[in-house]
Design a protein around this ligand. Sequence first.
Ligand code: ASP
Length: 366
Amino acid sequence: MKKIFLLVTLISLCFSCKNEASNEEIAEANNAIETPAEKPEFAIIIHGGAGTILKKNMTPEKEAAYKAKLEEAIRVGYDILKNGGSSIDAVEKTINVMEDSPLFNAGKGAVFTNAETNELDASIMDGKTLNAGASAGTTTVRNPINLARAVMEKSKHVMLSGNGAEVFAEEQGLTLVDPSYFHTDRRLESLKRVKEREAKASTSSATKTGKVDTESAYLNFYDADIKNAKFGTVGCAALDKNGNLAAGTSTGGMTNKRYGRVGDAPIIGSGTYANNATCAVSSTGWGEYFIRAQVAHDISALMDYKGLSLKEAAKIVLDKVKDLGGDGGIVAVDKDGNMVADFNTAGMYRATMNDKGELTIGIYND
Ligand code: ASP
């Protein structure tokens, strides 16, 4: 009897050893997908917005222009990181290049509100200190990401909005511009097209109900049509040589927005999040859903509390956005230098660079 018991114990011990070994193998296999052979000294990833970006709607010239600007932007951050600079500096300066380009919906080239103004939102976060700064609805600050950084570093607050944010920007010596600086014909055309479609929606609802209700036409139209709007928010996530993570996001928001609408981009935990213990994330997409799903923080929390990889966490959270009815994407880098660009739209302008200077650029879902 004793012999049989010993045998059974031995066999079960062997099985449990085998199970442990195979679990380790699985963990290693996953790590092998996620972790570069050697942990990179630094890494940087950017986006220029996600949305209905289809090859059939793109000309070779336009595609080349986007790629060139993405490369110019990411190389600015890469150089900072390579020379031992901070991830916060890399994020801010990289975003500045895209804010200054009319190609993107941030800074110059921001989309128009219903009142034909440009109201800009931005945020930035330091993964080392968990300090963060954001600004919403500004119309005269040339580079809203610089304002977000000033809020983070030079104020006791996390978010400033509207006129007060602009007074603070002036006090901080940031570059202010006339609101017309942000105007571009292309974005004005987009607003006109959206308004025409909105007016049609209003007329057809008036035909049915006998009453013209532009407010509810706006709200219904906004819901139904915004999915097809082109986005172009910009964002960046970076890991520096000191192991510090940072992320930032800057946007003009959504075309035809009203009532002082603010999206996810300036909301810490939705549009931007960074924590040295996990990852740095910048989001882009249908802001209302990204706020409700708390996208950027949720990705970090899944890594923190559940031990998921960045890739796994990003997928779960973007699926959640999709289930709610929203769409968009994220770029992120984790504390080990793994980079993820994930999106559930037709495309997302994006680029990565590692410490070897290897560059990748993507636009479509390939
Ligand atoms: N997330 C931005 C917003 O809702 C828009 C975008 O990323 O395209 O304001």
